[in-house]
Design a protein around this ligand. Structure first.
Ligand code: KIV
Ligand code: ZN
Length: 397
């Protein structure tokens, strides 16, 4: 049984919006934020208030309309960014400022052009400044996944002393692999002397397709917050997908010692909302929210599912907000699935011969079409009936 709570920090409105072409208006951000609140997401990162006047207004509006989730604003480790975030979050019921500075050798040298000592000093200063606006401050050592462990420990210890309650470890460029990333989290928690005063969080990018795997490995090694986005939206190849992280932890309670406390039935509605607003289509075979995630086409699978759902399903479609699993009729489908769908449509067969006849017509059609719809099934039966009537006339003539 799980003891701890895993905090779900959604950054669809911030990192998700950084997907090229995914920018959202203030009204769209409010709609998504309300959907995330309904799902009972713990923290909603609403934007980067210093980035533009529009983003400032959007974070402000989200902060004023969301009551049940904490609303967070991102800020570089600069006074002007932090004050702008504090200003945008004033109306929030529960506000968090998330400040960050890079700690990897390449970022410090090439991007910041700063010495490590200066980075530590600026990180501490930023956290102290953020604490003047709210008690709830998160700090991220950007590019932690490529930072040196001794230096990371040093920065983290200093920012916890300065008042950061959440330490977020980003794999900014999606470079890490699961065993290594899990090890990094475990080592940090073991080695930072004041680690028990903060929640360790992870923020994984998907450049190698490992964002969810890395996040889960981190959770197994002590992380208690995961930063993620709906449909895995995000910069470049995206962030860890919220729906996958949540359902992996829920489904594998035999191995996770923490659990999530949100309404997973809102996952599919939320996924559709985000996809509709951003225009980013969800691939059909996407886990949890793809159109085929709970669809069965092969005859063997359909037969198994009709006998007992657990034969081929590890989750219930309804638990994540689908109306039901889908038995998709196609060329791999068997007689049992065919009969079952016909029954659902109110079409019964008088005899086994009638079923066999209709089933063979269905197979002929399925060879020509990718997917068979209910209208096709109706047509098969109507056609068969017409032929039977014609046959009778012929016999009478
Ligand atoms: O990927 C990243 O490093 C970020 C930070 C701002 C947390 O998005
Ligand atoms: Zn990111």
């Amino acid at each position: 049984m799980s003891q701890d709570k895993l905090i779900i920090f959604d950054t669809t409105l911030r990192d998700g919006e950084q997907s090229p072409g995914a920018s959202m208006t203030k009204e769209e951000k409010i709609r998504i934020a309300k959907a995330l609140e309904k799902m009972r997401v713990d923290v909603i990162e609403a934007g980067f208030p210093i980035a533009s006047p529009g983003d400032f207004e959007a974070v402000k509006a989200v902060a004023e309309s969301v009551r049940d989730s904490t609303v967070c604003g991102l800020a570089r480790a600069l006074d002007k960014d932090i004050d702008r975030a504090g200003e945008a979050l004033k109306g929030a019921n529960s506000a968090r400022i998330h400040t960050f500075i890079a700690t990897s050798p390449i970022h410090m040298k090439m991007k910041l052009r700063m010495e490590p000592d200066q980075v530590v000093e600026q990180a501490v200063r930023a956290v102290s400044r953020a604490r003047q606006h709210t008690d709830n401050v998160e700090f991220s050592p950007e590019d932690a996944g490529r930072s040196e462990i001794d230096f990371l420990c040093r920065v983290i210890e200093a920012v916890i002393d300065a008042g950061a309650g959440t330490i977020n470890i980003p794999d900014t460029v999606g470079y890490n692999v699961p065993a290594q990333f899990g090890e990094l989290i475990r080592t940090l928690i073991e080695r930072v002397p004041n680690a028990d005063k903060a929640v360790f969080s992870v923020h994984c990018h998907n450049d190698l397709g490992l964002a969810v795997a890395n996040s889960l490995s981190a959770v197994m090694n002590g992380a208690r917050q995961v930063e993620c986005t709906i449909n895995g939206l995000g910069e470049r190849a995206g962030n860890a997908a919220l729906e996958e992280v949540v359902m992996a932890v829920r489904t594998r309670q035999d191995i996770f010692t923490c659990n999530v406390d949100l309404d997973a039935t809102q996952i599919v509605p939320c996924s559709r909302l985000v996809s509709g607003i951003t225009g980013f289509v969800v691939q059909p075979n996407k886990a949890i929210v793809g159109a085929n995630a709970f669809a069965h086409e092969s005859g063997i699978h359909q037969d198994g599912v009709l006998k007992s759902r657990e034969t081929y399903e590890i989750m219930q479609a309804q638990d994540v907000g689908w109306s039901a699993n889908r038995i998709v009729l196609g060329k791999h489908s068997g007689r049992n699935a065919f009969r079952s769908r016909m029954h659902e449509l109110g079409m019964e067969f008088e005899s086994e011969e009638a079923l066999n006849e209709a089933f063979s017509r269905f197979k002929d059609l399925a060879d020509k079409k990718h997917e068979i719809y209910d209208e096709d099934l109706q047509a098969i039966v109507t056609e068969a009936n017409l032929e039977a009537v014609n046959e009778r006339y012929k016999l009478m003539a």
